[in-house]
Ligand binder design. Structure first.
Ligand code: FE2
Length: 150
């Protein structure tokens, strides 16, 4: 498999793991929720932002990938909105658990779309040199966003 896809998949696995743990938490474990939620943000936000700055724009230029990229961008947008709501809401509210469950489904759906549809159309649309450039940019942007988040 393409090195860049491997890198994205590794991030995706990490995010899915944290989401699975978060889903298991109860209202009375609000400090555990808080810790896991911060871990999730640190993983997810720099990853999404780096995809948005390094991966999606070149895909938007290619007719083979444009539609899938646009859908991905919208899914990121909705994910960011829900993530902000989860951040603001007290972690001991019972609604928080329901919201995080919906968020988990949303992110898992997005990951599945990316790994099946988007990766396939990206592979058709981009050559090895373009992938190399995108991967370098992605790593840089993710790193920058990670520092900004803290
Ligand atoms: Fe994504």
């Amino acid at each position: 498999m393409n090195e860049f896809f491997k890198m994205l998949k590794k991030d995706h696995e990490e995010v899915k793991g944290i989401l699975g743990k978060l889903k298991e938490t109860k209202e009375k474990e609000s400090s555990k929720r808080e810790d896991l939620f911060q871990k999730l943000r640190e993983e997810l936000v720099p990853h999404m932002k780096a995809e948005e700055s390094a991966f999606y724009p070149p895909l938007m230029e290619k007719k083979e990938a444009r539609e899938d990229a646009m859908e991905g961008i919208e899914e990121h947008h909705v994910s960011e909105l829900v993530l902000k709501e989860l951040e603001k809401m007290p972690k001991d509210e019972d609604k928080w658990g329901a919201k995080v469950g919906v968020f988990k489904e949303l992110v898992e759906h997005h990951i599945k779309d990316e790994e099946s549809k988007l990766f396939k159309s990206a592979e058709k649309a981009l050559d090895a040199d373009e992938f190399k450039k995108i991967m370098k940019q992605f790593e840089q942007d993710k790193d920058k966003n990670k520092k900004k988040l803290k």
